[in-house]
Design a protein around this ligand. Structure first.
Ligand SMILES: [Zn+2]
Length: 571
């Protein structure tokens, strides 16, 4: 009898205890013993954070307090979740498989700004419904794309809009802002954005100004005309009454690096005159790129090596390669033959001259990559065969070897047609100068990638989508010591939140939303490289999105805790 009672009492006690264990406590989550880097740039301090629902309700010494879930953050930095000011995650966030946005989330990034480079959809409400129905792993703040808007009204036509067309564009932007866009992006190096005059953009951006939104631009030129292009951004900010931002800020050609500091100073002068202008930058001194030759297309916009469009047998071979019924093996064989034919053509004096013309100049409608960017704008980043050339700029190699740059490129393309080059080479030293400015933010320019599988093989490409935030903390804080941890965190949290005028995110503060990264500042590390661009960063232990844990002990639990944040619900 006594035994039976004991069993019943113990069962009740266990039930009560486990109820207490999983439900009660003053907070839902209590983060204890962490080093709090609150996003303001102020010195870090030891403390605890209490979270209830999606909100930070207390911060300070919370010893003795209880919570349903306690995280011991001893030895770890606790910061606001990072806000990436410039991404193209709207590609992946809309695709099942990539919608977790794990390549960002696992770095501690909890909000990505989408719709950049003029490309963002203007259908904000529809996008929110779609994304949140399938779920997204991080928050997003969306920008309407000027290019998308112009394209929907005028197609790809190179002309001024009629007054009616201009009105139509403004109406679409107004609708997008009413639906919750945070501003407008432009991509003025691309069609159709490049066909728009400054005055046209100002007119459209005025609508954004009425809503207190931002104007962020992939400027008209990032090579020899960066200074002029930045003047345009400043003028648009001033005359449209918007906060202006230079996106993925850089000067991409070695011969023009000296203009970068001038451009930084130009932004400082504008700010002194009271114009709101800032910039974001990804933490790499190399831009995106591609292979040295595109065999199937002959030439993408930036591809350095090409043949004249109608030169045979290449035109005929490309036609064959576009046949979708071709097997992979046959496709491969044709590619090899193409390069063999190219080698033959290059040893023929007259054909070599014609190819050289195509590489150096191109045609008026389709200028060559070299005409646009110069040999000083290309950096070899992922060569498997000529590994000693990795990290070097084409014009520097030519100079070192005392040869003509075309002759060098012609030899490389035959030797290693898969060689990967960055289009756009920046100066790390100049980047560090920019980082010292109090208006510079970090970004990545990457997309949400499908969750990696064990069977995935290394892919050549730019690593920035997997690594930008972790790289800032590893390279520029821990190794190069250019930035303090507090300031780097500020550049990735409260500064972008300020630009967007996003209330209640970007700081660890009572009443703010619980978007939180907990990482080890001594080990956080970017693992992706140009040769193996998809590798998750490591060193982030916990990530909390809207008050819910998404990463625990460095592992992703499959949760989709993100939201498409609306400027109209900005509280
Ligand atoms: Zn861009």
């Amino acid at each position: 009898m006594f035994k039976r009672w004991l069993i019943i009492i113990s069962a009740i006690a266990i039930t009560m205890f486990s109820l207490a264990g999983c439900k009660s406590g003053e907070f839902d989550i209590l983060i204890k013993n962490g080093t709090i880097v609150d996003g303001s740039g102020n010195p870090s301090f030891s403390g605890d954070i209490g979270i209830t629902g999606d909100t930070i309700v207390e911060i300070g010494d919370l010893s003795g307090r209880t919570a349903a879930k306690v995280i011991d953050a001893k030895g770890l930095a606790v910061s606001p979740g990072f806000i990436d000011m410039h991404t193209h995650c709207d590609g992946g966030l809309g695709r099942p498989g990539a919608n977790a946005n794990l390549n960002y989330l696992i770095q501690g990034t909890t909000t990505v700004v989408t719709g950049n480079c003029g490309d963002g959809t203007f259908k904000v409400a529809e996008t929110k419904e779609k994304w949140e129905k399938q779920g997204i792993g991080t928050n997003a703040a969306h920008l309407v794309g000027f290019g998308t808007v112009r394209g929907s009204v005028m197609g790809r036509e190179q002309r001024e809009p009629t007054p009616e067309e201009l009105d139509k564009m403004k109406e679409i932007v107004r609708q997008a802002m009413e639906e919750g866009a945070w501003g407008m992006s432009s991509g003025l190096e691309y069609v159709p954005g490049r066909f728009a005059s400054t005055e046209e953009i100002i007119e459209v951006a005025k609508v954004v100004g009425e809503f207190g939104g931002i104007y962020t631009s992939h400027q008209r030129n990032e090579f020899d005309g960066t200074l002029e292009a930045t003047k345009e951004t400043i003028r648009i900010a001033e005359e449209a009454g918007v906060r202006g931002n230079t996106a993925h800020f850089k000067v991409c050609r070695k011969d023009y690096w000296e203009t970068f500091k001038e451009t930084v100073d130009l932004i400082n002068e504008a700010r002194e005159r009271g114009i709101s202008v800032t910039a974001d930058m990804y933490p790499y001194d190399r831009a995106g790129g591609g292979r040295i030759i595109s065999v199937t297309r002959n030439a993408g916009l930036w591809t350095p090596f090409r043949v004249p469009e109608d030169m045979e047998p290449f035109a005929e071979m490309r036609k064959k390669m576009r046949d979708k019924t071709l097997s992979d093996a046959d496709q491969e064989k044709l590619k090899e033959q193409y390069i063999d034919e190219l080698a033959k053509a290059l040893s023929d004096k007259s054909k070599r001259e014609q190819i050289k013309q195509a590489v150096l100049v191109g045609t008026p409608e389709k200028p060559s990559g070299i005409a646009l960017v110069g040999w000083d704008g290309y950096g070899i980043e992922a060569s498997k065969k000529n590994t000693d050339l990795n990290g070097k700029i084409l014009s520097d190699i030519a100079l070192e070897q005392n040869r003509d740059a075309f002759d060098l490129a012609a030899e490389l393309v035959i030797d290693e047609p898969d060689m990967w080059l960055a289009v756009g080479v920046m100066s790390d030293e100049d980047m560090k100068y920019a980082m010292k400015q109090d208006w510079l933010m970090f970004s990545s320019d990457g997309d949400a990638s499908p969750i990696l599988k064990e069977t995935d093989t290394p892919r050549i490409g730019h690593p920035r989508a997997f690594s930008s935030q972790a790289r800032v903390l590893r390279k520029y804080v821990r190794e190069d010591k250019v930035l303090t941890l507090e300031n780097a965190v500020r550049m990735m949290t409260s500064l972008p939140a300020d630009l967007l005028q996003m209330k209640s995110r970007g700081l660890l503060k009572k009443g703010y939303k619980a978007d939180i990264a907990i990482f080890d500042p001594d080990t956080i590390k970017d693992n992706a490289t140009f040769a193996d661009a998809r590798q998750y960063s490591t060193g982030t232990e916990y990530v909390i999105v809207n008050g819910k844990i998404s990463i625990e002990n460095g592992e992703y639990d499959g949760a989709l805790n993100g939201k498409l944040l609306l400027s109209t619900e900005n509280k």
